[in-house]
Ligand binder design. Structure first.
Ligand code: SF4
Length: 362
């Protein structure tokens, strides 16, 4: 397995120990055809994903839930979740994709209309243009504000927790407004929704998230357990992916244009941004040739791993040539920029048709 982040500042092993998350590397050999991000160590942890593997291998039913909070522009980091959804769809999973307009209203004071508009024109359009088929029968895209079954379930979930538990998880205080407090319970209901009778009854659900989202997963697992007698719910499984590094070397953020490449950016701008990315290059060419590049600190290399190169042997070649000092950062960046441009040109070509489909979904 290629593990390009052995020396990044985030200590994922420590996170695993701290949160009681299991290592993905322990179960990957049981997956028949692992998704690229699994194979490359980007997905590093899980809870009960071994049960999902069993269901996949036996061609049994399971669901995947991932929500979108319409707040701004999608960047290439968001593509990571879409790539996983495409893979799950190929494994026969039911997809449940809530649009968290109630959460946007509570946390960002965004109107439902605006949230719907962003969800359709930004999120769903990109999801489809990136290759996800949202028109299948076993795909459920919905607005939180427009889903009565979700509200009933959220109400039942709220009976199984209390202020102290939510305060411990989310830091709520007595002056936190009630809508903000309800938002996590809507999220719990989103994750549990595919287990309702109208979607075929109790089943295993997996939620692919970044590790910072684990508190939601733990709350949902706790509430699922408490609802198991009444509704027969099973606890949801989860997977955890590594943080995507921004162009400057910090976390990629939607609100900081200098750190992110947005999916609606012109392909030339996207390619130019690649060239601004922090590399693992040495101070001088001579030093680079002698010591090799610091590939595990290189944002350009990370782009190859996450998004730009499918072929493992091609990736291994770049890694090797970087480490042995024969690859120059300038040439390497130009290669990455060209691949990014091609990816964005392809995305742009598919957007209009994708938008027409997206408009019909919610
Ligand atoms: Fe990064 Fe490429 Fe430079 Fe190596 S040669 S540090 S992979 S840009």
């Amino acid at each position: 397995m290629i593990d390009p982040w052995a020396s990044t500042s985030v200590d994922y092993d420590k996170l695993i120990n701290q949160f009681g998350i299991s290592k993905f590397s322990d179960i990957i050999s049981d997956i028949k055809n692992p998704q690229r991000l699994m194979d490359r160590g980007v997905i590093f942890g899980h809870r009960e994903f071994n049960e999902i593997i069993k269901l996949m291998n036996d061609n049994k039913e399971f669901a995947v839930v991932t929500g979108m909070m319409p707040s701004g522009q999608m960047h290439i980091g968001h593509k990571m979740v879409v790539d996983q959804l495409i893979w799950y769809q190929k494994q026969g999973a039911m997809l449940s994709l809530p649009i968290a307009d109630m959460e946007s209203y509570a946390a960002r004071s965004m109107s439902y209309e605006k949230a719907r508009d962003i969800a359709v024109n930004e999120y769903l359009t990109n999801y489809i243009a990136l290759g996800l088929d949202l028109t299948k029968d076993n795909v459920n895209v919905y607005l939180q504000s427009d889903n009565e079954a979700l509200h009933n379930l959220g109400f039942k979930a709220s009976k199984r927790t209390n202020f102290n538990e939510l305060k411990a998880i989310y830091g709520f205080t007595q002056s936190t407004n009630m809508a903000h407090m309800q938002a996590p319970l809507m999220q719990v209901a989103d994750i549990l929704l595919p287990q309702l009778e109208e979607f075929g009854g109790p089943k295993k659900v997996v939620v692919p998230v970044g590790v910072d989202q684990d508190p939601h997963i733990r709350l949902t697992r706790d509430i699922a357990h408490k609802l198991s007698e009444e509704l027969g719910f099973l606890s949801p499984a989860s997977t955890y992916h590594r943080f995507l590094t921004g162009l400057s070397g910090d976390k990629m953020s939607s609100s900081k244009p200098s750190t992110a490449i947005y999916l609606n950016e012109d392909s030339d701008v996207a390619a130019k941004k690649v060239k601004t990315a922090k590399t693992g290059g040495r101070e001088s060419l001579k030093e680079q040739q002698e010591l090799g590049g610091e590939v595990d600190k290189c944002v350009v290399y990370e782009m190859f791993v996450y998004h730009l190169i499918d072929d493992d042997s091609e990736l291994a070649k770049i890694r090797q040539e970087c480490l042995d000092g024969s690859l120059r950062c300038g040439d390497c960046k130009a290669h990455a920029a060209q691949l990014m441009k091609e990816m964005f040109d392809d995305l742009a070509d598919k957007k209009d048709e994708a938008r027409e489909i997206a408009k019909t979904l919610v």
